[in-house]
Ligand binder design. Structure first.
Ligand code: UDP
Length: 333
């Protein structure tokens, strides 16, 4: 049994990771200011410290109850489009939040940290699938901010002896298969929940961003990875940190186009997805597919829900049960 601090544990990937830790019997403390996350996404038995990661009092409270084996750091701004409008906010905030959390960890004798990173580090990639050897070249301030964070962690390793794992997520999607958590962003910008909501009549028709890409059907291709599989990867990298720091690209290894996602939502939900065809979204590469060969070989990780249909089904079921998202929901047992 371990003891872990999860920053951003009330958010989408964070809350699923909290469930995975708790399911295996670990003790978890969540630090979250609930600016994006949801109180109801934190299970009732998990201590929630409500506050900002840069707030010394909140940090002192979170770190106060005993030594953590590791910090899992999810708290960050994560919208590429927003970052194109407010670049300096993204770069300064993501770095300063990581720095505050890392400093506090070191001060409290915790030298293990797992950070959410992103496929956006690679910008427009040279080869598909994208392995860890590819050139880093973010094309958004969001991607740049996470690259700065990875570099800051390198220095924390050299100077403070911190060991870290940076997990570069591709497209997180789906929901807890037991229905205990799901995806609830405001604003929602991600394809799978927007397509489901369009089918359910909860949002306007989906806009397909670009039909003239050099892909088999002309729409953008992404690597959708189940959020529970993402959570599992966080648990699997923890033992490695006893020896070294690691960086892994984290995806399913299969690409699906926007049209394939729409078709899958229609099949799973049994309802049409109203949609319109629109222009490309600025900064969107044609294809992003991960090679997670290194992660698989070094940790034994492999996705339990690799099929798009299973990813969409869990997301559909959660949304059907929570048409208002977490609004009005209570913390689950
Ligand atoms: N997409 C779309 N319409 C939307 C949102 C997304 O066509 O309303 C497309 C987007 O261009 C990309 C894919 O769906 O090809 C996944 O986008 P998302 O925003 O979910 O994740 P990203 O890959 O940008 O992190």
């Amino acid at each position: 049994m371990g003891r872990y601090l999860v920053t951003g544990g009330a958010g989408y990937v964070g809350s699923h990771t909290v469930l995975a830790l708790r399911d295996r019997g670990d003790e978890v403390v969540v630090l979250d200011d609930l600016s994006k996350g949801h109180r109801a996404a934190v299970p009732a038995g998990v201590r929630l410290v409500e506050g900002r990661c840069e707030d010394k009092r909140a940090l002192a409270e979170a770190f106060g109850g005993g030594r953590f084996d590791a910090v899992l750091h999810f708290a960050a701004l994560s919208l590429v489009g927003d970052s194109m409008r407010d670049p300096l906010r993204y770069m300064s905030e993501n770095l300063s939040v990581l720095a505050a959390v890392t400093k506090a960890a070191v001060q409290h004798d915790c030298r293990r940290l797992v950070m959410s990173s992103t496929a956006a580090l690679f910008g427009f990639p040279e080869r598909i699938p994208i392995d860890e050897e590819q050139r880093l070249g973010p094309v958004s301030p969001y991607g740049e901010s996470k690259l700065m964070c990875e570099r800051a962690l390198d220095w924390a390793e050299k100077i403070h002896g911190l060991r870290f794992a940076s997990l570069r997520y591709f497209n997180a999607a789906g929901a807890d298969p037991a229905g205990r958590a799901g995806e609830d962003h405001d604003p929602e910008t991600h394809l799978v929940p927007l397509a489901i909501d369009a089918a359910l009549g909860l949002r306007p028709p989906l806009m397909v961003f670009g039909t003239d890409y050099l892909t088999p059907d002309g729409t953008g291709v992404r690597d959708y990875v189940h959020v529970t599989d993402l959570a599992d990867a966080h648990l699997r990298v923890l033992p490695l940190l006893e020896e070294r720091s690691v960086r892994y690209n984290l995806g399913n290894g299969t690409g699906y186009s926007v049209r394939e996602v729409i078709d899958t939502v229609q099949r799973v939900g049994g309802r049409p997805v109203p949609h319109a065809l629109g222009p490309r979204r600025e900064g969107d590469p044609a294809v992003l597919v991960a090679s997670s060969a290194r992660l698989r070989a070094e940790t034994g990780w492999s996705p339990r829900f690799p099929k798009l249909e299973d990813i969409v089904r869990t997301a559909w079921d959660w949304r059907l049960a929570h048409p208002q998202g977490y609004a009005g929901a209570r913390r689950a047992a």
